[in-house]
Every structure is written in structure tokens, then in C-alpha cells.
Design a protein around this ligand. Structure first.
Ligand code: ADP
Length: 485
């Protein structure tokens, strides 16, 4: 069922406005029709008759010298349904003459003839047009008179008469028709206004409903098009707005989730070293100071993380470019590994680091550090009994510097290999280290590596382990351009 936006009697509704305009338009047309057809029809009729008879009279005056003038007179009288007479200067009838008229010699009544003469002499162009009453006829008579002159100058008078019959019966017929037309027109106007207003308001009502959904945070709305251009444009704008809103919301959520993930690991370290000080190194000043140093470092790192995450979210939204500098990625890995001393010392992890070739790269070091950190913490988290993580930093084809992080952990099923880089994707199995990951670590890695024009790969087999490879552009490499994944 079609829903109309508000009640029909709300003066601001489209329905009401259209209804008013339609009724207004129909009323104007009908009033004009009534005035023309009923009120002014008699004067229209009279004027029309006068114009007609004057036209015929003037034509006859012009044709007076024609040899067939008499025939023309007969033809005009018959075709126009009027009485045409020619009178001499005494008022005697010259045309038309019946057989007995030659003897009878009929003439115009003196009064009538003198009225004609008076009117004729008053006029400037030897013609006259006037209405007169006749006792024998109920209705007024329209009379045209003219002086007929030829070369001899002989004075004859053209005398044309037609009865101005009343048109009441015609008026009655028109009146009845107008009543029917008026009723039909009003009904049509009301019906059309309702149909059109519903057609016009339907998409508006729908868009309003969808906009309400948007208001309560449902971004799945699709503003429908296909009604008329203005609504299509509105729907396009609203669909675009929805997408922008959705993107903003996703970015906000990403930022929150990224921050949570990266805050968790340093917090774990702080807690672990705190416990170590309490349980083991509390009385040993050298060890305690060393552990406290790590706690302080991690706290600083936390602060940096928060700043970094804000920056990363800006990188993701393309608001801020990376602070690209030349640095040795091997040293960067060494720096990151210091943060994993806890695992080496407490959990007997063996982390082997190898270097091959020139390992200078171009990039934003803190961001690259963050990516490496995420890869290494994963290698540790997903390791099983064999607690060995190997890291190879090597130059490749004079173009790239690759960092491979190899673990002998649980491995990743083949069908998941493409998915793990997605935001919020977490592998099906429970994490070995019992840590609830957020599924963001690798998405951050990918974003950072991509932003550096680098590449990332993963190779893995179940039960044997995984190799994560990050490749960054070598600092002196000028060959790469557009070859980036
Ligand atoms: P999280 O570790 O918080 O779940 P990540 O984005 O870092 O999120 O990783 C996504 C998924 O990829 C993990 O849930 C896990 O299944 C898989 N994964 C990542 N690194 C490894 C690894 N070294 N070994 C095995 N699986 C891994």
C-alpha cells in the first residue's frame, strides 16, 4: 500500500498542495468558460452577426457595378439566410421584384425608410449598421444600409435585414454541457492530484524511511532510484554519504582495534617482568634494575604505540604520508628482538638472526619496526614444542631487502593463506600460547608494507611451520617503479 507522508489535510503536504493547484487551475478554466459561454454569449453573438452582415453589405457595395449583380444578390441572400433589398431614392423596392410587384410597386414604410436615410446621412462612408424594432416581430432586427453608386451616380439603396434570434436554447444546451464538464473536470482534478502526489511522494517517503535507518546506524541502506531525475540525484548523494559514513566508522573501529592489539603485547611484557621482579629478582639489584629498565622501555614503547597508531590510522585514510628515511633494516630487526629477551630468557626461545648483502632500505623506521614486531610475535605465539625462530635479512636482486621470519610452529592451512592478511581474520584453531588475538596484526603489517611500496608473502605447511617474508625497497634502488605489490 502506498503511504502518504502526512495526513491529507496537512497544508504542507505535497498531496494537499497539488490538490489545491489542480482545483485552482480547473476553477480558473471553468470560470473563464462559463463567462464566455453563458454570460457574454449574447453580446458575442450580436457582434458576430454584425460583423458578418457588414462584411456581406460591403462586398455587395463593391460588386454593384458587376453585370451579374442581381445574381450575386440572390446567391448571397440564399447562402447567408438574410433578406437583401435594393430601394430607389423614394423607398420603392427595386430588387427583388415578384411578377405582381411590377404592378403593385411595393415600397418601404415611410418611417422605416426615413430611419434608414437618417442613419445613412449621419455616416461618413455611405453605409450604416443599426438594430431596430418591428411590431410584427418579437425580436430585434439588425439592419445594414448603404448608398449604391455607379458611373451615372444613380442613387439606389442597399437594404439588408436579419433577425437577431435569441440563442437561449443554445445557451441552455451549453449550460447543461458545462455543468457535466465542470463536475467531470473537478473529479478528474482531484483524482489526478491524488495519483500524482502519491507518485511523487512515494519515493520521498521511502527515502525518508531509509534515512531513518541510517540515523540509527544501519549502513546497509540503499537509497532506491528509478523514479524521476531529482529523486535519483538525491538518492545518489545519500548513497555516497552513506558510504562515506561507513568508511569513517570503519576507520574509527580499525583505529580502536589496532590500538588494543598493539597495546596488549607490551602490557603482557610489563606484567611478566613485574612478576619476575616480585618473585625472582627483587633482591638482586643488577637483575632488578635490568628488568625495571625493560618495564620502563616497554612503557615508553606503549606511549609511542599510541602515537604510532594514530599515525597509522592516518596512513590508512591517506591523510598523512610516511616519514621516509634511509636505515639499516638488519639493525632494526636487532632492535625489535631486544623486546623479546623475555621469551629467550624465560621460555628458552631460540631466535637466530642472519644477514646477507646490503640491507639498507628506505622507509619509516618506527612503522617498519611495528610490522616486524607483529610478524615476530606471531612466530613466537604460534610456535609449538620447537621454540626456534629464524630471521634472515637479505638483499635480493639489488632491488629489495627481504626479512624472512621462519618458525617451526603449527602452520597455516592452505585455504587460509590468503585470508590471514584481512582485518579481524583469525585462524580457526586455538592459539598455542592461549592468547586471544584480535586478527589485526597481519592487516597492520600489510598496510605498512604496502604503504612502503613493499611486498609480503607467506609460505606454510601444517605441523611444519610458517615463513613470513616482508620485502622493502632497497635504499639505492632506482629501478623499481610500479613493480610493487
Ligand atoms: P592474531 O594473531 O591476533 O589472531 P594476526 O592478524 O596477527 O592476528 O594473524 C591472523 C591469523 O593468522 C592468526 O589468527 C593465525 O591463525 C594466523 N597466523 C599468523 N601468524 C602465524 C604463524 N606464524 N603461524 C601460524 N599461524 C599464524
Amino acid at each position: 500500500m502506498i503511504r502518504v507522508y502526512k495526513s491529507t489535510f496537512d497544508k504542507k503536504t505535497l498531496n494537499f498542495k497539488l490538490w489545491t493547484y489542480f482545483i485552482g487551475l480547473v476553477s480558473i478554466i471553468l470560470i473563464t468558460l462559463w463567462l464566455l459561454q453563458i454570460v457574454f454569449i449574447n453580446s458575442f453573438y450580436e457582434n458576430m452577426k454584425m460583423r458578418e452582415i457588414k462584411k456581406v453589405g460591403d462586398q455587395l457595395v463593391d460588386q454593384y457595378s458587376s453585370e451579374s449583380f442581381e445574381d450575386i444578390l440572390i446567391e448571397k441572400a440564399l447562402s447567408e439566410g438574410i433578406s437583401i433589398n435594393i430601394l430607389d431614392d423614394t423607398g420603392r423596392l427595386v430588387f427583388p421584384l415578384e411578377f405582381f410587384d411590377i404592378i403593385r410597386q411595393p415600397r418601404l414604410e415611410t418611417n422605416t425608410f426615413s430611419e434608414l436615410l437618417t442613419n445613412l446621412y449621419k455616416s461618413n462612408d455611405n453605409t450604416t449598421l443599426y438594430t431596430r424594432a418591428d411590431d410584427r416581430i418579437e425580436f430585434p432586427i439588425l439592419t445594414y444600409g448603404a448608398i449604391l453608386e455607379n458611373e451615372q451616380g444613380s442613387n439606389y439603396f442597399l437594404y439588408i435585414n436579419t433577425v437577431l434570434e435569441p440563442i437561449d436554447s443554445t445557451v441552455n444546451v451549453i449550460q447543461n454541457q458545462l455543468i457535466i464538464i465542470s463536475i467531470l473536470a473537478f473529479l478528474l482534478a482531484i483524482g489526478l492530484s491524488v495519483i500524482i502526489s502519491r507518485k511523487l511522494s512515494k519515493p520521498i517517503v521511502q527515502i525518508t524511511d531509509q534515512a531513518k535507518n541510517l540515523m540509527i546506524g544501519n549502513y546497509d541502506v540503499d537509497f532506491e532510484k528509478g523514479y524521476y531525475r531529482e529523486i535519483d540525484n538525491l538518492a545518489d548523494t545519500l548513497n555516497q554519504t552513506t558510504r562515506e559514513l561507513q568508511r569513517t566508522r570503519e576507520l574509527r573501529q580499525d583505529l580502536m582495534a589496532n590500538m588494543t592489539h598493539d597495546l596488549k603485547t607490551p602490557l603482557t611484557l610489563i606484567k611478566s617482568y613485574g612478576e619476575m621482579i616480585r618473585d625472582i629478582s627483587g633482591d638482586d639489584k643488577i637483575k632488578r634494575d635490568y628488568h625495571l629498565g625493560i618495564i620502563i622501555d616497554e612503557t615508553d614503547r606503549l606511549t609511542n604505540f599510541v602515537d604510532d597508531m594514530l599515525d597509522l590510522s592516518k596512513v590508512q585514510s591517506g591523510l598523512k604520508s610516511l616519514d621516509m628515511k634511509e636505515f639499516d633494516i638488519y639493525k632494526c630487526v636487532e632492535k625489535v628482538l631486544k623486546r623479546f629477551n623475555y621469551f629467550v630468557e624465560k621460555e628458552n626461545f631460540e631466535i637466530r638472526l642472519n644477514k646477507k648483502g646490503d640491507t639498507m632500505v628506505i622507509g619509516d623506521e618506527p612503522k617498519v619496526e611495528q610490522a616486524l614486531y607483529n610478524i615476530i610475535i606471531n612466530a613466537i605465539n604460534y610456535s609449538l614444542e620447537e621454540k626456534i625462530v629464524r630471521i634472515n635479512v637479505e638483499e635480493i636482486e639489488d632491488k629489495w631487502v627481504s626479512v624472512s621470519v621462519i618458525d617451526k610452529g603449527e602452520g597455516i592451512p592452505e585455504e587460509e593463506l590468503n585470508l590471514i592478511w584481512d582485518r579481524y581474520y583469525r585462524g580457526g584453531k586455538d592459539h598455542t600460547r592461549g592468547k586471544a588475538g584480535s586478527g589485526i596484526g597481519l592487516a597492520i603489517v600489510k598496510t605498512i608494507v604496502n604503504a612502503h611500496g613493499g611486498r609480503c608473502f607467506v609460505e606454510s605447511s601444517i605441523g611444519k611451520g610458517s615463513t613470513f617474508i616482508l620485502q622493502f625497497i632497497k635504499s639505492n634502488n632506482k629501478k623499481i617503479d610500479g613493480d610493487r605489490t
